[in-house]
Design a protein around this ligand. Structure first.
Ligand code: FA5
Length: 349
């Protein structure tokens, strides 16, 4: 059998076999192009219809149309089958076994030092202070000299300093021993009045024991303006103690010495463990030292270009770990650095 009719029948047979044999939707698309596309045998036959004898054309046209319809029907039937199998394969691949036990994840929580720093900044923000920051690697000038400690000043030995560049001189670098250099940086950058707190890490060559760490945190405070007095310092520290330790808390100021304040004081809070009677936690004194404070020394005001005849102020530098220890009854500073999860979990909000 030869001629267009036979060629159409053969093309139909091949096309149906290809459509039914397609294994995927992509394969089916290829079979569709091969059967019905521009270069498909049926399309060629259709184009040749115009040159066929007129009597043969209607019959031939009907055969071609029927072939096309048969192929389209086979295509849509196969497409439905393949869509169903591809969907169930995808579902199978994404199957989740809801009967498996869950993986529990410990919720994270802020470290107690971070919590206390945040709390302290909040308290002082409520009193009108803004937060200022400075570098942990400082120069000799900012850490000592500008704070009224010239190179040979004996008070430098109050701080066991870690030098980065031990060559000496005002630009020699060191790990700051306190947050007091931020006082200087702030005053150099702005005219009075100044009300800032400066939280941050400080470093000393101190041995690790129950109340000392070689790396610890301080919160510096500085208030400078017209007519600021020692009474303002006491009132501010009292407000701080009540906000952080509760309404019954009291602070005690002991005369002390810092080169950058005059007069200077050491500030103690009553020991919570014994209520002031004296115990092991407070070294039998009933009080715990939490900060140094005093009225800013005129030489410090002069070093930053302020006029000590016109402005005065107070400053303080508190040990954040010591305050956390007092507030949360932590008996040993090392517990704050060991990162034992059983201890840290106590501070989960
Ligand atoms: C100072 O560092 C002064 N800059 C504080 C100051 C600021 C005085 C402004 C006047 C005006 P001192 O070395 O005493 O002072 O340290 C301040 C506080 O830091 C101490 O009261 C204590 O609470 C804490 N502290 C000191 N050394 C350590 C340490 N090794 N580990 C933990 N806390 C410490």
């Amino acid at each position: 059998m030869e001629g267009p009719g036979a060629r159409a029948a053969e093309a139909l047979r091949d096309a149906l076999a290809a459509v039914r044999g397609a294994r995927s939707l992509a394969g089916l698309r290829e079979a569709e192009i091969a059967a019905l596309g521009r270069k498909a045998p049926l399309s060629l036959l259709k184009r040749q219809l115009g040159s066929a004898p007129p009597a043969d054309r209607p019959g031939m046209g009907r055969i071609l149309n029927e072939a096309r319809e048969a192929i389209e029907a086979a295509l849509s039937a196969r497409r439905e089958e393949l869509e169903a199998t591809e969907e169930s394969a995808a579902l199978e691949a994404e199957r989740v076994d809801v009967t498996l036990p869950g993986r529990s994840r410990l919720p994270g929580s802020p470290h107690p030092i971070a919590l206390m720093l945040e709390r302290l900044c909040e308290v002082f923000a409520g009193l009108g202070y803004r937060v200022a920051e400075g570098p942990e690697v400082e120069t000799d000038w900012y850490n000592f000299e500008s704070l009224n400690m010239p190179p040979d000043h004996p008070a430098r030995s109050m701080w066991d300093t870690l030098y980065v560049d031990p060559s000496g001189g005002r630009d020699a670098t060191l790990l700051r021993t306190h947050t007091s250099p931020v006082q200087i940086r702030t005053m150099l950058a702005q005219p009075p009045p100044v009300f800032i707190v400066a939280p941050g890490r400080v470093y000393r060559r101190d041995a690790f024991d129950a109340s000392h760490s070689p790396v610890f945190h301080q919160l510096e405070g500085l208030a400078v303006g017209r007519g600021i007095t020692f009474g303002d310092l006491k009132g501010t520290l009292d407000a701080f103690a009540k906000a952080v330790f509760g309404p019954e808390a009291a602070v005690r100021l002991r005369p002390s010495y810092f080169p950058f304040t005059e007069p200077s004081a050491e500030v103690d809070v009553i020991c919570v463990t014994c209520g002031g009677r004296g115990c092991a936690a407070c070294g039998r004194s009933g009080w715990i030292e939490i900060m140094g404070a005093g009225m800013v020394h005129p030489n410090v005001l002069r070093a930053v270009g302020y006029n000590p005849e016109r402005v005065s102020g107070f400053a303080f530098g508190m040990g954040v770990e010591r305050i956390a220890m007092r507030a949360w009854e932590i008996p040993d500073i090392r517990m704050l650095f060991e990162n034992d999860l059983r201890f840290l979990a106590r501070f989960r909000g």
